[in-house]
Write a protein that binds this ligand. Sequence first.
Ligand code: ZN
Length: 168
Amino acid sequence: MAGFKSMIRTIGIIVIALVVSLSSFNTSSEAALLGWDLVDNNKHLDWNSDSKYISSINNAMKLWENYKSGIIRPDTAAEREDVFLTDYMQVSSTIASTSSNGIIRFNDYHYADMSNGERLKTTTHEFGHALGLAHTFGRRDIMRQGKVSITKLSSTDKRSYDEAYLTY
Ligand SMILES: [Zn+2]
């Protein structure tokens, strides 16, 4: 989506934040896209990180890669990062965020005390934004809001990824 990437550079950086507060949930199973993604022109999401939560990152990558393989990969000298994952500490309701300029941030204020399942859900969720997925509202959706433990993609998560893939 090179055209869109140059457009968002001109209109500014879009940040999608995952917050603690829960919105109301329904059983909607509609796929949902952001309208932008961080996937490169080779259909790769190459990542690099200085986060201490590297095991969550690797497990989150595997959840998406077990569904569609060859897209999310650690970067190499030949193919530099499309997204950089890092930690920060701020007393706020934001658990993590993904910005359109290619940075995923995990808030240690929440991450330090979260269970492995909550970290896996959140890290997979942020990769989902980098893949172009928007929030959905199913209770078991990785792409729902909130600090919850989810360790599998839902059928809605998969449908959103299918739709996003068509735009790469
Ligand atoms: Zn989100």
